[in-house]
Design a protein around this ligand. Structure first.
Ligand SMILES: Cc1cc2nc3c(=O)[nH]c(=O)nc-3n(C[C@H](O)[C@H](O)[C@H](O)COP(=O)(O)OP(=O)(O)OC[C@H]3O[C@@H](n4cnc5c(N)ncnc54)[C@H](O)[C@@H]3O)c2cc1C
Length: 327
């Protein structure tokens, strides 16, 4: 039976290795401990409705149940917990936004994401004045480090994890590159740099995401992540003061309560011009494949498209045109 080597242990590589392993088709997964990509920076939020105009995430009704099933299966197999539902409180600053949201609530396709939860009483004393607010349900939060560390350890126990850089000059067949921005294999991947702040907010004790000028995401340790920025022009992946200042100012426009920035993180998202992933073959003669271009939504896209790629390799099923590298 043909087996495959996965290069990269970000969320794309981990999910590809997971589905190959389930079919007994994983040769090895290469991921050096010392080198980390965008997946380790991500806040790990899966949000069904995003953007200023409250757009529904592309094929959310397909992606989200599949992601839920996959992450829960990993939790059970590894006896760990890293995946939980989370609600998002959207703050409407203008009447136009309020009207947009009202229009969404009339649409059947949004029904499963509209949450009628009452707003906690004291929250408005902690927020800057807003026109209104509403809750979105159907989202999730992943503890990304717990997932990554435990899944790599699991692959190690199965003698499949190689804690090393894969030499891309080495002649080898049946390789799946899940290398994000670090090795694009001539794929049309566009880097979009992003920053996050890690903050203390002693007065804020919420277990949901607050999305205003900044997005405030509760962490397990009582801290909050505040993000994120989008930069199409940048020189490296280092922290930039101007981006930290931008997020700090967004936080001041959102919150009235005290906060303290204790850390900042930055990473580069592998995006594409049409905002669709890149799935399939990159070199027929060498039998080289890729899953890349997961953009801003790696944690919701990776399970579904890793499974699609693995099924394509093992049963010759189709890769949908919208994400095919050949598109
Ligand atoms: C600030 C920020 C916030 C984000 N927040 C979210 C969020 O809340 N939710 C969400 O869904 N997405 C989020 N994202 C996007 C998400 O991080 C990406 O979509 C996702 O991480 C891409 O995963 P990947 O596996 O393709 O790439 P990466 O995570 O970059 O993984 C590539 C891996 O390949 C390895 N590699 C490269 N070359 C080799 C080699 N030759 N040998 C061995 N290993 C190699 C690298 O070390 C790296 O670990 C965020 C991104 C940023 C920057």
């Amino acid at each position: 039976m043909k087996t495959y080597t996965v290069v990269g242990g970000g969320i794309a590589g981990l999910m590809t290795a997971w589905f190959l392993h389930k079919k007994n088709r994983l040769e090895a997964i290469y991921q050096p401990t010392e080198s980390k990509g965008a997946s380790s920076i991500a806040a790990g939020v899966i949000n069904p409705i995003t953007g200023k105009r409250f757009a529904k995430t592309w094929i959310a009704d397909t992606l989200f149940p599949f992601a839920e099933k996959t992450y829960q299966e990993i939790e059970q197999t590894l006896s760990i917990s890293f995946f939980s539902p989370i609600e998002v409180m959207r703050l409407a600053e203008t009447m136009e936004q309020e009207n947009d949201w009202h229009a969404r609530t009339q649409s059947d396709s949004f029904a499963s994401y509209i949450c009628t939860k009452a707003v906690p009483k004291n929250i408005y004393t902690l927020l800057q004045p807003i026109a209104s607010s509403f809750f979105i349900k159907g989202g999730y939060k992943l503890a990304v480090e717990t997932l990554s560390e435990n899944l790599l350890c699991y692959f190690k126990s199965e003698k499949k994890w190689v804690d090393a850089h894969f030499d891309t000059n080495k002649i080898s067949n049946n390789v799946i590159f899940c290398t994000g921005m670090m090795n694009q294999n001539a794929l049309p991947v566009i880097g979009v740099k992003g920053h996050y702040l890690v903050c203390e907010m002693p007065d804020l004790t919420v277990d949901f995401v607050v999305h205003g000028h900044a997005t405030i995401i509760p962490q397990k340790n009582g801290l909050y992540r505040v993000g994120s920025t989008y930069q199409w022009a940048f020189e490296n992946d280092e922290i930039e003061k101007v981006q930290v200042d931008f997020l700090t100012s967004g936080l001041k426009k959102t919150l009235r309560c005290e906060f303290k920035v204790i850390d900042a993180l930055a990473g580069i998202r592998p995006t594409t011009a049409d905002r669709r992933p890149l799935v399939g073959c990159i070199d027929v003669s060498k039998k080289h494949f890729a899953l890349n271009g997961l953009g801003t939504k790696g944690y919701s896209l990776a399970p579904y498209f890793a499974d699609m790629l693995v099924n394509h390799l093992t049963t010759d099923s189709a890769i949908i045109q919208e994400v095919s590298i050949a598109r």
